[in-house]
Design a protein around this ligand. Sequence first.
Ligand SMILES: NC(=O)c1ccc[n+]([C@@H]2O[C@H](COP(=O)([O-])OP(=O)(O)OC[C@H]3O[C@@H](n4cnc5c(N)ncnc54)[C@H](O)[C@@H]3O)[C@@H](O)[C@H]2O)c1
Ligand SMILES: [Zn+2]
Length: 363
Amino acid sequence: MTKTLNVNLSYHQYPIHIGENILNEVKYFQPHIKQNQKVLIVTNTTVSQLYADKLAKTLSAITPHIYIAELPDGEEYKSWQYLDIIFTKLLEHDFDRQSIITVLGGGVVGDMAGFAASSFMRGIKFIQVPTTLLSQVDSSVGGKTGINHALGKNMIGAFCQPQAVIADISTLKTLPKRELIAGISEIIKHACIADVNYLAWLEGNIENMLNLDINSLIEAIYVSCKIKADFVQKDEKEQNIRAYLNFGHTFGHAIETAMGYGVWLHGEAVGCGMIMAAHLSQLLGFINQEEQNRINTLIKKSGLPIYSPPIKISEYIKNMSKDKKNHAGNIQFILLNGLGQAHKTTVDLNLVNKVLLENGAVL
Ligand SMILES: NC(=O)c1ccc[n+]([C@@H]2O[C@H](COP(=O)([O-])OP(=O)(O)OC[C@H]3O[C@@H](n4cnc5c(N)ncnc54)[C@H](O)[C@@H]3O)[C@@H](O)[C@H]2O)c1
Ligand SMILES: [Zn+2]
């Protein structure tokens, strides 16, 4: 079974194909690559060993001009210095405006290669072939691309939409379990903010997904991409409702910053952040106790951490004060509005402190 979802922006439409072994099927690539066109596969050292040959073989049915740029593996390489590896390859091999990038890997290489495509010769086309669950449900959809700066994560970038997203579920077989679970966190987020029926479906299917049941994964990735695409179609540049996709992220980013990037995976921090955001929503009467319990149970069942590390409350507040969503010095939270709906609001800091303390933070 392969499912396809079309993303419709006012100026650009593109398909997201989700299926098993579709990396081997030229028909998904053919509409986007011309005969004899130059293609640069951007990947990292880990994913390259697993899937670059397969992808190159598939593309070779369309064009013989296939080149590979391999980046080192890790969030710490998502920077100007390593972005240059991509530009150097493109220039060394005389790529022009008609050439195309195909990015193979998780969100790190996806964000980097997308940004390179947005700026090389003022913009060339690119195709996303995401190979982590997180990149299949989240980072490959929506057109946010970019790199980190020593002074802030994802601070330099561009909105740039791909020609297609080709998500091959079979690649998840080699993904470390911890990375798989981190991707499930964003799936739970989509259900919490947009679709209570999806939440109920996840309650019944989370174990299948953890066991890599193909049909459950295809369904979850499809529904999650649809939810994300809906937000992006309505608010591409995050002027209002796209921010709801940050549910759990205000607390989550504060955990990532406090622990040092990479100690907690992003999805793990967001899982714990959703526990706190749901708690805050319950204390303010936006969801009831039973609804809060459902969220907590699902996050726990996924294997995500549910208690904050012992981070000081003052450090949490300091980190949350730097969030990109904030206005006029007030921390903005994405809270629920019943299960399956979200809204953005400020909250009395005494209540925030209570939630932090009751979920593992320290004085
Ligand atoms: N653009 C967006 O909208 C958006 C949204 C969310 C996250 N992000 C970004 O995405 C990044 C995180 O993405 P990620 O979680 O995919 O991390 P990642 O790209 O670092 O991948 C995680 C690890 O899995 C390995 N890997 C990838 N695919 C594999 C496979 N099939 N088999 C075995 N190993 C595999 C990678 O080499 C890496 O070690 C962050 O930089 C974050 O800022 C962007
Ligand atoms: Zn996220």
